[in-house]
Design a protein around this ligand. Structure first.
Ligand SMILES: *Cc1c(COP(=O)(O)O)cnc(C)c1O
Length: 217
């Protein structure tokens, strides 16, 4: 689907929610996509992208940054502490902060480097065993802990269980954010970004609807 169609759908969802279209940032999720498809979206003027692996982003984005100004790259996948320094150099935002050890590593790097990407704390709203994220019951404490470390927490992120109605998870994430005074909400993907916007998403992560299906090998 053309980028402009996604932008129109976002604008419409914002309008229906009584929000302005610029209250939602579209993160075009380019993981696994061929460079030509990513380049086509860059050529259309879009600059905000999401990747879920540090290694893949490191291979792909330095080259694009040489050719296109103003790229805003978001890490939306899990981050190992031993890749945190590399992530600092590559990304403007990290959406997967989910444990004290990682938060501490990021705090130390922020001191050393004098800057820090915007951070989102990932919440495992479905309490799924295999999924990353802090449990909803632990979220308030973890948010407070990150703030004590002076980390720039922009908001919360979730990936709802595939089999469940995502709106319940979006609502839960919004509730946790609200009671902690956080405004950023990274939620909503190709199949449900309009529902996420209705429930307050500020960052939607849309991949296949923009680029087409991912061809994993
Ligand atoms: C891949 C991915 C997306 C995008 O998924 P689509 O269904 O292709 O839009 C969004 N968020 C995360 C965390 C992802 O890994």
């Amino acid at each position: 689907m053309p980028l402009s169609d996604i932008q129109d759908r976002i604008a419409k969802a914002c309008d229906e929610a009584g929000r302005t279209a610029d209250s939602v940032t579209l993160i075009a999720v380019s993981k696994v996509q061929p460079d030509a498809r990513v380049e086509a979206v860059l050529e259309q003027g879009h600059r905000c992208f999401g990747e879920n692996r540090v290694q893949e982003a490191a291979g792909k984005w330095p080259g694009f940054r040489e050719r296109f100004d103003g790229i805003d790259l978001h890490l939306i996948g899990p981050l190992q502490t031993n890749k945190a320094r590399q992530a600092f150099d590559l990304f403007e935002a990290i959406h997967s902060v989910d444990r004290p050890k990682l938060a501490k590593t990021i705090a130390r790097l922020a001191q050393e480097e004098g800057h820090c990407p915007d951070l989102f704390i990932q919440v495992n709203t479905g309490e799924e065993e295999q999924k990353a994220g802090v449990l909803p019951a632990d979220a308030d404490d973890f948010i407070a802990e990150c703030r004590r470390m002076d980390l720039p927490v922009a908001g919360l992120m979730c990936i709802p269980p595939v089999e469940e109605e995502p709106s319940l998870h979006f609502a839960l994430l919004g509730k946790i954010a609200q009671r902690n005074g956080l405004t950023g909400l990274s939620m909503g993907m190709s199949g449900d970004f309009e529902r996420a916007i209705a429930l307050g998403a500020t960052h939607v992560r849309v991949g296949s609807a923009i680029f087409g299906e991912r061809a994993y090998d």
